[in-house]
Write a protein that binds this ligand. Structure first.
Ligand code: ADP
Length: 446
């Protein structure tokens, strides 16, 4: 049966859920459509944290950082391709995103270092557990309180337009019944297209055959629907591969693990890169190694401090050795070489200087066993390109004009991350722009 609401949100990841909360709190009627049987999309898989600079949490931990350096790090990581206004909006609003989540009980309290960041600024739950599920749970609990309906297994298939303005969506429910949601505004929060290998290969032929870290609903339908309604696309070929995924399943091992002390070695039992370079560079460096794989080496001390690593070990992803020689044996590597590699690295820790690969933040020595090794290879992770928006999340058409009635936020959007996304910026992105989309759409309702 057809529905009438003020605002329809398509997609229930972090961006869609945030938008819906803001719109509802502004007094509008809201419904969320979600094609999958569960909410949360790729946000469920966000393993790292949320980047923000000049936060009270950083101050409490004695960390010096600035919005200016955050902006510059992100622009550098994005190869200078980030849309400056969108990036500034991200940086300016990231601290508030954390406080907003914490006001709802998210408990974000810890700051770590992550790839591509000059200073520790990736904010995570206190025990270092993955942020995605915490964000989804926090937001969905709030939506329950606000009595916002989330229609599962309900897929938006087409935008309805009248005189060039978007006035709702056509959708299909779980029983395959078509219906219309008539609305004054549509917020597109459908995520990226990392799981649509055809679309990935269309824009980046060399990524044929790559596995993906994405949930199966990351198919880019929102991009197609908006394009059909006249939306312009931005940097659609910018696709990120994540350096450390399971070669068999594409399961992602958090980047924070390297920040927390893990090193990478190849099948020659040698280090080959500064582990804390940006994702694209570390990925390229792994692809140059034998069999295009590497091993993340950690020890028990790191696992005791990092809930994610403890989980990977429990789930059987890691091989274990009580000392380096037995770890080498487990991996089929040369023990003498691995021992020499570890000795050199541990000396760098003592000296505070990595003269081989110039890794900084040499914090955790890897002297004490037991040791763990996780085999990794790069997989398709994030699609940086997407719909072209302005800083108020209005979707723009090919003439650069606002497509009336249509707003977009999250991975469906292009330009925020430029040519490469820094770890910790996706969660900042979806909360910051999701909130703006909900606020703007509500404020502009006629
Ligand atoms: P973001 O991080 O930008 O919020 P996510 O991937 O976390 O993106 O969430 C996007 C959600 O949108 C996913 O749960 C996905 O299943 C859903 N989705 C994608 N396309 C559609 C569609 N056409 N109709 C309904 N839901 C959709």
């Amino acid at each position: 049966e057809d529905m009438n609401v003020d605002i329809v949100v398509v997609g229930s990841g972090g961006a869609g859920l945030s938008a819906a909360i803001e719109a509802k709190e502004a007094g509008k009627s809201v419904v969320i459509l979600e094609q999958m049987p569960i909410i949360g999309g790729n946000t469920n898989r966000a393993t790292g944290g949320l980047n923000a600079a000049e936060t009270t949490i950083q101050a409490d931990n004695g960390i010096k950082d600035s919005k200016k350096v955050f902006y510059e790090d992100t622009l550098k990581g994005g190869k200078g391709k980030n849309d400056p206004a969108l990036l500034q909006t991200l940086v300016d609003n990231a601290p508030d995103a954390i406080y907003w989540l914490n006001d709802m009980g998210a408990g974000i309290a810890r700051v770590s270092l992550s790839g591509g960041a000059t200073n520790p600024r990736i904010h995570t739950p206190a025990d270092g557990s993955p942020i995605g599920p915490v964000v989804v749970e926090t937001l969905s609990k709030k939506l329950k309180e606000l009595k916002v309906d989330i229609m599962l297994q309900t897929k938006a298939v087409k935008l309805i337009t009248e005189n060039g303005a978007v006035t709702g969506v056509e959708a299909v429910d779980k029983n395959n019944n078509s219906f219309k949601v008539n609305a004054k505004a549509v917020i597109m929060a459908t995520g990226g297209f990392g799981a649509n290998s055809e679309m990935v290969v269309k824009y980046r032929p060399e990524l044929k055959g790559f596995s993906t870290t994405n949930h199966s609903g990351a198919t880019g339908t929102g991009i197609a629907m908006a394009e059909e309604a006249g939306a312009d696309l931005m940097q659609i070929g910018e696709i990120q591969i994540h350096p450390t995924t399971d070669p068999k399943s594409g399961y992602l091992f958090t980047e924070g693990l390297r920040g927390d002390g893990a090193i990478l070695i190849n099948k020659e039992a040698k280090r080959f890169t500064n582990e804390l370079l940006t994702r694209d560079v570390v990925s390229q460096n792994i692809l140059k190694q034998r069999d295009k794989v590497a091993y993340l080496i950690t020890n028990q001390a790191i696992a005791d401090d990092n809930a994610s690593l403890a989980g990977y070990i429990k789930d059987g992803y890691a091989k274990k050795g009580d000392d380096i020689a037995s770890l080498a044996k487990e991996l089929g590597l040369d023990a003498t070489t691995l021992e020499a590699t570890m000795k050199t690295y541990n000396q760098f820790i003592k000296d505070g200087k990595d003269t081989e690969f110039e890794r900084v933040h040499l914090t955790h020595s890897l002297e004490q066993g037991p040791f763990y090794a996780i085999e990794v290879t790069p997989g398709v992770h994030h699609t940086m390109g997407g719909l072209k928006i302005d800083t108020k999340t209005h979707v723009l058409n090919k003439e650069g004009k606002v497509l009336s009635g249509l707003y977009a936020a999250g991975e469906v959007v292009g330009g925020v991350h430029g040519g490469n996304r820094i770890g910790g910026n996706a969660v900042a992105d979806i909360i910051v722009f999701g909130r703006i989309a909900g606020q703007t759409a509500a404020a502009e309702l006629k």
